[in-house]
Every structure is written in structure tokens, then in C-alpha cells.
Design a binder for this molecule. Structure first.
Ligand SMILES: [Zn+2]
Length: 328
């Protein structure tokens, strides 16, 4: 559908030809020009007969451009609270996914943990800096979202042989054995979550999975350890079911940190630690990894709910709700 719409658009409205045909068309086509010209004035649609094509369109090139530049907008719809902390799937190669071409975002280079997040509201894409960005720093966004290292490399192979973003470099520095071990732990954990017992022994077993996974990360690597998010979240849920309020909250704090959020106020009782400038329990210096940002918001909602309903601490509940709104 996107392909036929794009061809029709180009055929009827030649003003779009240069902005689209100057995008990267894939390795089998001549490379695009080094510089990208400003967009022409395309605010006024050309009034042409729908059966009259006013331009010649290279459909092979357009197919390549769409293959390498289109986005799969993720839904901004309601959250499924049954699936607490579930990872949102925004894979662009899902057959039933919508896809769209956004001209300027298509020019961005990739980072698995980019300094720019993107979100679509209808046919409008909103880009948001995910951390403080100094002048002159390249803006990077994630072409493809996956928590684990291997599937990221597999899908990114379409664009380049090896991703060299900070997250991938940190993963590779941990070593092939550690990366494979994480895959194995993740598979075992998912299987266990389907079949494991729903009693207190779950906590013991989940702690074992978590400990083993934690040991695969070099202690000095960067703070993002995305494979730990699900483990911390599962452990938190298990603690919650058993009324272990403090452990529940500590695991949720840990899950936020594994996704890249800096939790500065981990207090559960006692005086409030006045942390960030705007009075949030988290640092506003960066958002979590994009794929986990929605799950982090659900986690913060759970934290706020626990403070409000279980610990009857309205002040902390409100602070975590405000953190959630900031992170949205
Ligand atoms: Zn990467």
C-alpha cells in the first residue's frame, strides 16, 4: 500500500520527486547526494487529473527507498495493564504493521540507544531528545527496537554489517560467551514464566535467573542493561503478590535503572529526598531506552499505586505520577 501510494504521489506531484529520491535507496542503487537540499514548498497540492502522470517514476529506486527509510509507527493507544511491564513490539517488518515515510526523520542515522525518541500520533511524527544534547552533537534514533543484542544485529544487518553504537559496543565488550548466556537465560526465563509455580518458590528461582543474568555484564559497562528489565519486573510482581512491599519497590526501581533511568530518590519511608530540579524522584537528564519507555511508564504507575494504596503515602505517589508524566 505504501509503495503504490508513494508512486502515485510522485507521478502526480513532481515536487516530491527530489526530496524522496535523494534518500538512501539501498546498496543496489547509486548512492544519494552527499547533501540533502531543503524541502521545496509542497504545502499546496498540485491539481492534476488522477489518471495523468506528469513525471516518470523509477519504481525500482522507490522500492529501495521505502525498504530502507520507512517507519512503522507504534501505537499511542491505551496500555494493557494485564500485561504489566510487557515490552512493546514495534518491529517494522511485521506484516500487519502500518508503515510511513517521513522525509526528515529518514535522514537520521541509527543508534540502538539513540539520543532521540520518536512517536507517531496519527500521521504526525514527534521527535523528542531523550537526553541533554550539546550543540553540534548528531541526533540519532533507533531504526529497530529489540532488547537483546543478537536480534538487533540480525535486523540491523539490512543497513550495515555491524552496529557500533555505545550499547552494542558495550555488549561486545562483555564477550560472545556473555551474549550467548543472556539469550539462554532469557529463553529459560520465558519458559519458566509460562510453566513455573505461582508460589513463593518463584521468588527464589527468579532471583537465580536475575543473578545469573547480572553476572553476564561487566561491572564497569554503561548503566543500560536492557535484558535485566523483564527479570526485575517479574520479580517485583512476584514480591507484590506475596505482600513484600519493600522488595517490590526496590525491584521496580532496579528495572527502571536497567532501562537507563537514573532513580535518585529510592526512599520508601522517611524524609523525601529533594532530587531533581523539578522535584521528581528521577533524573531528567535522560529518558530510558526507547523500546522500554512505555514499560517504564507502567512501572512508575505501579510504584505510584503502591505508595498511594498500600503505604498511604500521597506525597511519594504524586511525585512518581509526575515522573510518569515527564517520561511519557
Ligand atoms: Zn547498536
Amino acid at each position: 500500500m505504501l509503495f503504490s501510494n508513494a508512486v502515485e504521489k510522485l507521478a502526480c506531484e513532481p515536487a516530491y520527486t527530489r526530496p524522496i529520491s535523494d534518500l538512501y535507496p539501498g546498496p543496489n542503487q547509486p548512492p544519494p547526494p552527499f547533501t540533502y537540499s531543503p524541502l521545496p514548498d509542497i504545502s499546496l497540492p498540485t491539481n492534476t487529473h488522477p489518471s495523468y502522470f506528469s513525471a516518470v517514476v523509477d519504481v525500482g529506486k522507490i522500492e529501495g527507498i521505502l525498504t530502507y527509510n520507512c517507519f512503522t509507527p507504534s501505537s499511542a493507544g491505551p496500555v494493557n495493564f494485564e500485561g504489566d511491564d510487557k515490552v512493546e513490539d514495534v518491529r517494522p517488518d511485521s506484516d500487519d504493521s502500518a508503515s510511513a515515510l517521513f522525509l526528515l526523520p529518514a535522514l537520521f542515522n541509527h543508534s540502538c540507544d539513540g539520543n532521540t525518541h520518536w512517536k507517531c500520533f496519527g500521521d504526525v511524527m514527534v521527535l523528542r531528545a531523550s537526553r541533554d544534547v550539546s550543540e553540534g552533537t548528531e541526533l540519532l534514533l533507533s531504526y529497530f527496537q529489540d532488547v537483546a543484542h543478537e536480534p538487533r544485529q540480525k535486523h540491523l544487518a539490512k543497513w550495515f554489517p555491524e552496529c557500533t553504537c555505545d550499547l552494542c559496543l558495550a555488549d561486545r565488550a562483555d564477550g560472545e560467551v556473555a551474549i550467548s548466556k543472556r539469550v539462554s537465560i532469557s529463553n529459560d526465563f520465558e519458559e519458566y514464566m509460562k510453566t513455573g509455580p505461582a508460589d513463593r518458590t518463584t521468588i527464589t528461582n527468579l532471583k537465580k535467573y536475575l543473578k545469573t543474568a547480572q553476572n553476564t555484564y561487566h561491572p564497569d559497562r554503561n548503566v543500560i542493561r536492557p535484558e535485566l528489565f523483564r527479570l526485575h519486573a517479574a520479580l517485583a510482581q512476584s514480591c507484590q503478590r506475596h505482600g513484600m512491599v519493600k522488595d517490590d519497590l526496590l525491584q521496580r526501581f532496579a528495572s527502571l535503572k536497567s532501562a537507563g533511568l537514573d532513580v535518585i530518590d529510592q526512599s520508601i519511608t522517611g524524609p523525601i529526598l529533594q532530587s531533581s530540579q523539578i522535584g521528581l524522584p528521577i533524573s531528567t537528564s535522560r529518558l530510558p531506552m526507547m523500546l522500554l519507555s512505555r514499560s517504564c511508564c507502567i512501572t512508575m504507575l505501579n510504584i505510584a499505586s503502591t505508595f498511594y494504596h498500600v503505604l498511604v503515602d500521597q506525597v511519594r505517589a504524586e511525585r512518581w505520577m509526575r515522573a510518569l508524566w515527564w517520561g511519557q
